[in-house]
Design a protein around this ligand. Structure first.
Ligand code: SF4
Ligand code: SF4
Length: 243
């Protein structure tokens, strides 16, 4: 693959069978629009590949889609119980906490590194995200929080409290913008197979490493997912949607 034209042809021809059917063409259009933007801004192939590897196309579409959903007065956000200081969703069960792209991991690390050695979320709850303020329970990296944090909502905070205690309850979940984000990321990976890897990272590991003073390169090494993590996550979304 030598040019952005080659990349567009590859995106157009990629089967993307692992992406949920309802999101497949939207993901393809999004990625093609991103390559058009790269041409308009005269990015060379090396720059475009680096930005795609870091997940920029997925992050940009997630911001736009989630912003539109958040401002829709008839949408699920309008019915959500979410408010400042309500942080049961920042209790990250398991060791991973959620999937992030490279650009999100770098932004989160940059926001948290200056807060190294201050009290963090784990002083409130042992499984809380290290980005959380243990007193106010506000996110200390709000502007840099990744798509998973921007898209998770609930109609009732009490349900989130039960999820944080390990119960499987219906209600809390991610907005559709998050499925589009995962779809674009998956399609990017499939289109670039054999050209460059498109890695994902663990939210909780990046946040913890940043506040513990671990440099970005080492934090990324320690938080990098095996490729199957994204495959399994998009597979769960596909199963939930029926196909
Ligand atoms: S997702 Fe749940 S815990 Fe998080 S802010 Fe919304 S209601 Fe509160
Ligand atoms: S980054 Fe912020 S919003 Fe996301 S889990 Fe951590 S504290 Fe919560």
């Amino acid at each position: 693959m030598k040019s952005l034209g080659d990349l567009k042809r590859k995106v157009g021809a990629t089967r993307s069978g692992s992406v949920p059917a309802a999101f497949r063409e939207a993901a393809r259009r999004t990625l093609l629009a991103w390559v058009d933007m790269a041409e308009t801004h005269r990015l060379d192939m090396r720059q475009a590949l680096r930005r795609l590897r870091d997940g920029e196309a997925a992050v940009e579409v997630a911001r736009a889609a989630l912003g539109a959903q958040a401002s829709d007065p008839t949408g699920p956000m309008a019915q959500a119980d979410c408010r400042k200081g309500c942080a049961f969703c920042c209790i990250l069960l398991g060791s991973d906490g959620g999937t992030m792209t490279g650009v999100e991991a770098a932004r989160l690390h940059e926001a948290l590194a200056p807060l190294a050695d201050q009290p963090d979320g784990r002083d409130w709850h042992p499984s809380a995200c290290a980005a959380l303020d243990p007193e106010t329970r506000l996110c200390r990296a709000y502007e840099a929080r990744p798509a998973i944090c921007r898209s998770y909502i609930s109609p009732d905070a009490a349900l989130c409290e039960r999820v944080a205690q390990g119960e499987a309850v219906a209600g809390p979940g991610v907005l559709g913008g998050h499925t589009l984000y995962l779809s674009v990321l998956t399609l990017t990976r499939e289109a670039l197979r054999g050209v460059t890897a498109v890695p994902t990272y663990s939210l909780s590991k990046i946040a913890s490493a940043a506040v513990e003073g671990v440099p970005l390169a080492d934090a990324l090494d320690g938080a990098r997912h095996a490729p199957r993590e994204l495959t399994e996550e998009i597979g769960r979304q596909k199963a939930a949607l029926g196909r």
